[in-house]
Design a protein around this ligand. Structure first.
Ligand code: HEM
Length: 320
């Protein structure tokens, strides 16, 4: 059993309590698998050229058996993946699990988050509708404001000066091959580091360095809980996909931008910053500072070692 290879034979009973992790890492894995399965199915119908992309997506929706449903599952699982990866980051941060011995895994986690955002963003363009075309035009356009190398970055991201056939080819290869492979490899490394770090962080009381824990066999205790979380995740995504259609507007028209043209929801903060700040600050300085802060967090020490309990203390909870 693959699951038993991933886990030690026995785990601390305390690690099984749902609020320890809210199963968020596991849910992210389930969504990743669901995305791989539905994405592979979509590949049977999708054609990555500006002439055929939109039409092929329409055919998937209107003619392929369960085509619309498979596309809806892929769409909602992708958005859920981003949300769940972010909530998982918050869980890790608020339990202090970003400190040694888990520091390296925090950095790997940040790289994973970047890959999840990149996967979402590259997928956004593929339907080649007005929403996709203009969102990618706006989001890649932000790169132009990066000092010195802005124009080069913009050309690299678009494969030319405009969003066109080269952009679609580039995004397609990234989305279906390069990013999924990187995600898979890095996730495997992430799991290995979880075990190397001694498993999920557990609450530790003052003055206790290595408290004695009661161990229980991984199977069925952990495996059954993981199975339940996976089934609930699957049920929720399938239900959402059954009632909520993934958007598809009119075919992309490079000559007519919708008003207002919007970046994807996860870049809207940046788009909004552009309204209020100098562009170089909005798309370069602020994101760079945010990234530097996230990378620096495990190196910032404030008194005693991480406690493993949520927010560490009352004042920690207030700060959070
Ligand atoms: C593709 C996205 C990700 C997947 C599939 C994933 C999966 C997992 C899993 C299954 C665990 C075991 C415990 C748990 O379920 O919470 C875990 C732990 C951990 N993750 Fe992630 N993760 C992802 C992204 C991230 C991100 C964005 C961060 C933070 C930057 C992160 C940092 C960590 C750390 C530090 C641990 C150890 C926590 C502990 O020992 O309590 N991961 N991850």
């Amino acid at each position: 059993m693959l699951l038993l290879h991933l886990h030690p034979r026995a785990v601390p009973a305390e690690a099984l309590a749902f609020p320890r992790t809210f199963a968020l890492g596991g849910i992210a894995v389930v969504l990743f698998v669901l995305l791989a399965v539905t994405g592979s199915l979509l590949l049977f119908g999708y054609e990555p050229s500006p002439e055929r992309a939109y039409g092929s997506v329409r055919e998937i929706i209107d003619q392929a058996p369960f085509g619309a449903f498979v596309r809806n599952v892929h769409h909602w699982a992708a958005n859920g993946f981003l949300l769940v990866a972010f909530l998982h980051l918050l869980r890790v941060l608020y339990t202090g699990a970003h400190h040694p011995p888990r520091r390296a895994n925090w950095i790997v986690g940040l790289a994973l988050l970047l890959l999840v955002v990149a996967s979402n963003f590259t997928g956004y363009l593929l339907p080649w509708d007005q929403l996709a075309y203009w969102a990618v035009t706006i989001a890649t356009g932000m790169l132009e404001y990066v000092p010195l190398v802005g124009a080069t970055l913009l050309r690299a991201a678009r494969g030319g000066s405009e969003v066109g056939s080269k952009t679609l080819a580039l995004f397609f290869v990234m989305h279906v091959a390069i990013l999924p492979i990187l995600l898979f490899v890095l996730t495997a490394f992430h799991f290995w580091l979880v075990r190397k770090g001694g498993g999920v962080i557990l609450p530790r009381r003052e003055g206790e360095d290595a408290p004695r824990r009661t161990l229980v066999p991984t199977s069925p205790n952990l495996v059954a809980r993981e199975g339940s979380a996976a089934l609930v995740t699957l049920a929720v995504v399938l239900l959402i996909a059954a009632v909520l259609e993934a958007p598809l507007l009119a075919q992309a028209n490079p000559g007519m931008s919708p008003n207002p043209a919007k970046a994807p929801w996860y870049f809207m903060g940046l788009q909004e910053l552009l309204v209020h700040l100098h562009p170089a600050f909005a798309v370069f300085v602020v994101p760079l500072l945010a990234a530097a802060l996230l990378l620096a967090l495990p190196y910032l020490r404030y008194g005693e070692a991480a406690s493993g309990s949520y927010f560490h203390s009352r004042s920690g909870a207030r700060t959070a």
